[in-house]
Write a protein that binds this ligand. Structure first.
Ligand SMILES: [Zn+2]
Length: 470
């Protein structure tokens, strides 16, 4: 149904403008912004935009939805021990995957996101069911979703540096050809870009994947026009391992195996050398900055100001809820914006609130090769946008709405959300999801966990402490 948002505030250069925004929605469900100007002839349903700010939807550009089941519980560990505990207690029922995808979608929508990138942990033996369940959740919530099954062809123990000692590792339970075959089937079954559901190729990361897997994923991506996603140099240990494994820059190595490109987004990028930055520039790859996860796991501070100065596209992700431990995209954007100020004395390099908004919206869309379709308020683009209530207590008194939205602590500020012209949040509530039922389901399928201990983390700890010199 066509609609017009009247008298709404939008960003206009360094200032603001009050306009009407008209959207046409076809019977098939395709949307297009047809006009943005003051005092337009009313068209379709009329929405009062007074005292509201309209921004393009943000992209939650890296998360792992099913980690929601373990948020708040894993002790203060570095990634290598944290992940051992995470995997030991990972959910094993597709219904849990469905519920956590739904929860991730709702939290993303209510914190300014219209797109989610789910680097989805799949249940061994129920790989397709896992993907199906997550997609069901995203379709129900009405969010645009990129689902990249987290695949690896090496055992978890391979992710630790050896320190020069030989380590016996069992082969991973999935072989490379089997994983690539699975991916191809998932693409055929679920990749529906016109419906806002995308499958992406997403090997876990160089620490757990062979060159053959990266090459196979790049090939699938070329054949089906899929986005590519992976973790890259998140921790000190991964940096050490990369030197052991490749003997050269892992970034250059990924470029050589054909995985980098303008449809590639790379989560974290904390430990890149200065020379590596040029490889990102040359390949037009996108960095996904996950500041809260990097702090929570002690991974480090990604050199985001350097990336931006070199011309690398950078956007934001929450990362999974077990290393964050929430899915509040506005919080991730705030911390990801101000975290870098102490790293550079020249405050002219610091990220401004308006730059943060552009990184989270157009930057996110660019990382998914959708910059021509979404990511900004422009005539001809699809209607993925968010209406913020400027009378929310957290956005008062009236100062600079964009500045306060990014640097403040907005609560209940999202009034309405549209994804491809369909309203999926109204009056601060999801329109497609019964949140009361979701809360009850999440409650019923979990229990307070006290005194949980992880055998796997304890085993990994011995090797980790030795190799890291602790
Ligand atoms: Zn991750």
């Amino acid at each position: 149904m066509n609609f017009t948002i009247q008298n709404v505030l939008i960003l206009d250069g360094p200032g603001y403008q009050t306009v009407d925004v008209q959207v046409a929605v076809s019977d098939e469900g395709a949307s297009s912004i047809v006009a943005i100007a003051p005092n337009l002839e009313p068209m379709g349903r009329l929405i009062d935009g007074r005292h509201k700010l309209l921004l393009p939807g943000f992209v939650n550009a890296h998360t792992h939805s099913s980690e929601m089941w373990q948020r708040g519980i894993i002790p203060p560990y570095p990634l290598e021990l944290w992940i051992a505990e995470l995997y030991e207690f990972t959910p094993l029922k597709p219904h849990q995957i469905y519920l956590s995808a739904l929860g991730t979608a709702v939290e993303t929508l209510l914190s300014g996101g219209t797109t989610v990138v789910d680097h989805l942990v799949i249940i061994p033996g129920l790989e397709k069911e896992s993907v199906k369940a997550a997609i069901q959740g995203y379709r129900e919530a009405g969010i645009r979703a990129f689902v990249g099954p987290l695949i690896q062809d090496e055992a978890l123990g391979a992710s630790l540096p050896t320190g020069g000692t030989s380590v016996d590792l069992a082969p991973h339970y999935h072989g490379t050809p089997e994983l690539l075959q699975l991916m191809e089937e998932l693409v055929q079954d679920y990749h529906r870009p016109e419906e806002g559901i995308h499958i992406m190729t997403a090997p876990t990361g160089p620490q757990l994947c062979s060159d053959a897997l990266f090459e196979g994923c790049a090939d699938l991506s070329d054949r089906y026009q899929l986005c590519r996603h992976t973790h890259l140099l998140e921790t000190r240990a991964q940096n050490m391992l990369a030197h052991e494994k490749y003997g050269c820059s892992v970034v250059k190595h990924l470029q050589d195996v054909g995985f980098l490109g303008d449809r590639t987004s790379l989560a974290h990028c904390v430990w890149l050398e200065d020379e590596d930055i040029q490889h990102l520039v040359d390949t037009r790859s996108t960095v996904v900055h996950n500041p809260l996860s990097n702090l929570r796991l002690g991974s480090g501070i990604a050199p985001v100001l350097k990336y931006r100065q070199a011309g690398v596209n950078v956007t934001f992700g929450c990362d999974g809820s077990a290393s964050n431990d929430s899915q509040d995209l506005l919080e991730a954007i705030k911390i990801g914006t101000i975290l870098h100020n102490p790293t550079d004395l020249d405050y002219r390099h610091w990220i401004t609130p308006r730059e943060a908004i552009a990184m989270a919206s157009l930057g996110g869309a660019t990382g998914l090769a959708l910059q021509d379709q979404i990511g900004s308020l422009e005539v001809g683009k699809q209607a993925d946008f968010v209406l913020y209530d400027l009378t929310s207590l957290s956005l008062l008194p009236r100062t600079d709405p964009a500045g306060l939205l990014i640097l403040g602590r907005p609560t209940q500020a999202v009034d309405s959300v549209w994804v491809n012209g369909r309203q999926v949040v109204a009056d601060g509530q999801p329109t497609q999801v019964n949140v009361k039922t979701l809360r009850q389901d999440l409650f019923d399928h979990s229990e307070w966990a006290t005194n949980r201990t992880s055998t796997m983390a304890s085993e990994f700890e011995i090797r980790y402490r030795a190799v890291m010199g602790l």
